[in-house]
Structures are given as C-alpha cells and as structure tokens.
Design a protein around this ligand. Structure first.
Ligand SMILES: *Cc1c(COP(=O)(O)O)cnc(C)c1O
Length: 451
C-alpha cells in the first residue's frame, strides 16, 4: 500500500528549494512579526481535527472498494499539486502562471497525440468533464444553430442538462438490445440533428458506443460528432487489447473529445480536458479582457476556454505524472490493463456461477451483474441486490463496497426475457475496477460476495 508519508522527504527537498526561491525576493514585514494563525502548532491542531473527519470516508484507496469511480491520485500527482499550489498559479492566462500554462500546453499536445489529432488541433484542461462537455456542446451549437444535439439514452445526464443551459434541442437516441445507440434512429432523424454525442465508456457500465458505425452515418449527413470519453479516454492506450478497438481507432475522426485525467489519469479532482480537431473553433471564444493577456503574445489559455481561473497546480500534477508514466501502453497503459484484467476475471467468475448473472460483457473495467432470484420477478431481483449492496458495507470483517445501477425494465427484459416485469426498473450491482490493486484482489472480492 502507498503510504503518503513515505514521499515527504522528496516534498521537503523540493519545498526547501522553493522556499529559498521565495526568500531570494527579500524579507517581508511578517518575518519580524509573524501572524499567529500561521503558526505551525496552531495549524496542526486544526489539521488533526480534519484528519478525524476524513476517516469518515469510505476506503476509496482499498481494492475492497469497487463502488464509484474514485481512487486517490498518484503520489507524484499529489506531490506536484502540493508543491505548485504553494505558489497558486492561475492558468487562465500567461500572466497568472507562465510555467504551468506551458505545462498545460505540453500535456494537451500529448493528449492530442494519444487520440491521433495532429499539431493543428486545439485544446486545454478544464476543472472537470462537465465544463469540458459544456464547452464542446457550445461549439457544436454555434456551428449548427437551430439543430438538435443527440446523445444516447445511456449518455451522461450532463448532456441533456447542458442542452437546457445552451437552449439547444436535445434528442435522446434509443438504445438497442446491445445497449448501444440505434444507428437507424440517427439515420431517420438526420435532418434535425446537428451534433451526435458518442460516449466512449459510459458512466454506467463503461459501454463503448459504436463510434466507427456512427461516423459512417454522420459523415454522409454533415453531422458533427462529439466523443465523450471523460471516463474511457485513456483506454485508447490499450485499444489493441479491447473488443471495441475499431471504435478507438476512429476516435481521431471525432470533431471534439473530452477526457478526464481526474478519472483514469491518476489525478486529483479538478482536471478534465477538451480537444478540438479544428482549431478554428477558437473564434467562438474570442473576447478581450481589460485585466489580463499582457505578458505574452502566445495564446493565453483563458482566450480559448469558458472558464476563467483554473488551478495551474492541476497542469503541474498531470505534467509530472506523465513524465513518470508516459501515454504509452507500457506507461499509463499498464494501469488501464490491470483495471481491464480485473474486470475480465470478475466477469469470468460470474459466468461460471449458477446463482449469479453477468449483465453484459464488460467493454472496459466496469461490470454490471446481479444475483438472480428464483422467482424471476423484478421486485425480488431488486430487493435481493439492494440487500447485497447494503450488507457489504455493514460487514465488519470482510466488507465490500459496490454500487447499484438502475435499468429500465424493457431494456433489462431484452437481455433476460425470462423475467417478469412487475416493476418499472431492474436494480443490479455495478463494480468499477479502476485500481491497479483490483487485478489481484478481485478473486477475494468475488469470494466475499459469495460468487
Ligand atoms: C464523469 C463523466 C462526466 C462528467 O465529468 P465530471 O468530471 O464528473 O464533471 C461526463 N461524461 C462521462 C462519460 C463521465 O464518465
């Protein structure tokens, strides 16, 4: 297990140098008359109170936690963030954070190369996937005013909500028996649709929607494609090992792409990204600012994004992480491979079990599954799986942390026609195996569940 305190010597060395840099500017008045609330002992008192409160969390660091998309950042990201944040640079403009703005541009180049965009593409970090998607949909609406933005029923709820923010019509594309958006629906409604959102790794079950097939349709109709790869984006590093490889191979044909380094890029929260294939969309962001953009003629990140202040520390953290784990199969890709292997092992256990069912073959590292009730009634299925979910968190000796996932009854029955639909929805179990530690722990976890 990573003990964060093991990294304190490295942090101390780096902080010592940064303190020396600060001191080189000369003394401040506070050096003679220290402000009491800065006293380390006073801060420690409060910090220890905070520590107590933090223990109220679920054990996100432990592989027995396979509930939501959560895990601690890489120690390198934490150290880099902590170090950079003592300066608190603002990546809104070169005025606010020259080195971290350059780091942001460098990591964006790497992300663009990962998805196969060329040097002429545009992009920047964001504080998260929601704002990154909002921005991509804003560009989409500007390019196709009056036309709808369509996303599958399994897309993240943010798309529908952001269409309301943007005052753009939203169309929910129905999903077929495989749980992917129905291509015929897109074909039939092509006249009304300006942009299709394709999710590469749905938040629910990590489904990779068929981007290559959808592109065949959208190209013919001049429809824009936005790839929401907030969760799945980094799986493109190991695409050759994935059943969905053909769709990852087509990702460079999407007009815009969102990837969250704070999901599978080992970053602390506050790090999303958006990329545009055609840099001319920068015109939609054009504005002048009476306060900023003075220190450099280079592009200021605030000139190409909706957000203003943003943590330069986020760029420093991602830059440092990618120095250590480059965007290659043998770099960050190893993390994705472990996660994927864990999901496959868990799915194999479920396939071999009589009492349990695998909802669908996992595309990435998220598994949907349930314990099948003898009655084959949805109400019993829901009760049984809810009880398992609750029981795992109460179990003191061998706990497990899962999440629940709701599926419309008709959708569930397409896969499991033997069930009686005496409820509107089926509630199944969902596990996100996004930690490297899951690969070895997943058998133990299956044992705790009685699979
Ligand atoms: C997480 C997620 C989002 C939202 O991103 P945040 O970083 O939580 O704001 C959007 N789309 C998908 C597919 C996601 O998984």
């Amino acid at each position: 297990m990573n003990r964060f305190q093991d990294y304190l010597p490295a942090l101390k060395t780096a902080l010592g140098k940064l303190d020396a840099w600060r001191e080189a500017y000369g003394p401040t008045a506070e050096d003679d008359n220290p402000v009491p609330h800065y006293a380390p002992e006073r801060i420690e008192e409060v910090l220890l109170k905070l520590e107590q409160r933090l223990e109220e969390n679920y054990p996100f660091h432990h592989p027995e936690y396979a509930g939501q998309m959560l895990k601690p950042p890489h120690p390198a990201a934490w150290l880099a963030y902590t170090l950079a944040m003592t300066i608190n640079p603002n990546n809104h403009s070169m005025d606010g954070g020259p080195p971290t703005s350059r780091m942001e541009k460098a990591v964006i180049k790497k992300l663009a190369a990962m998805v196969g965009y060329d040097e002429t593409s545009l992009g920047h970090l964001t504080s998260g996937g929601t704002i990154a998607n909002l921005e991509a949909l804003f560009v989409a609406r500007e390019l196709h005013p009056g036309k709808a933005i369509a996303a599958s029923a399994n897309a993240h709820f943010t798309h529908q909500r952001m269409c309301r923010v943007l005052n753009a019509e939203f169309i929910a594309i129905p999903v077929n028996a495989e749980g992917v958006p129905d291509p015929e629906f897109i074909e039939h409604n092509a006249d009304r649709i300006g942009t299709v959102v394709v999710t590469l790794g749905t938040t629910g079950l990590g489904v990779v929607e068929p981007l290559a097939d959808i592109l065949d349709i959208t190209r013919r109709h001049g429809i824009r494609v936005h790839a929401d790869a907030a969760y799945g984006g980094f799986f493109t590093l190991i695409k050759d090992s994935l059943p969905s490889r053909q769709h990852w191979q087509a990702i460079h044909d999407a007009d815009s792409i969102v990837i969250d380094p704070h999901k599978h890029g080992l970053q602390p929260y506050g790090c999303g990204s958006v990329l545009y294939k055609d840099a001319s969309v920068a015109r939609f962001f054009q504005h002048d600012s009476p306060y900023t953009y003075f220190t450099s003629d280079d592009i200021h990140l605030g000139e190409i994004s909706l957000e203003c202040s943003r943590a330069g520390a986020s760029a420093a953290a991602l830059w440092t992480t990618l120095e250590l784990l480059p965007l290659e199969p043998s770099g960050l890709g190893t993390v994705l491979t472990s996660a994927r292997n864990a999901a496959m092992k868990f799915a194999a256990r479920l396939r071999d079990s009589a009492a349990w069912e695998l909802y669908s073959d996992p595309d990435l590292d998220i598994v949907g599954y349930f314990r099948s009730p003898e009655s084959k009634k949805l109400t019993d299925l829901n009760r049984a799986n809810n009880a398992i979910f609750q029981q795992g968190m109460k179990n003191r000796d061998d706990p497990f942390y899962l999440s629940l996932y709701k599926i419309e009854a008709d959708q569930f029955l397409k896969r499991f026609p033997g069930f009686e639909a005496n409820a509107d929805r089926a509630v199944i179990l969902r596990s996100v195996f996004m930690k490297e530690e899951h690969e070895r722990f997943v058998e133990t976890l299956a044992g705790r569940l009685g699979i």
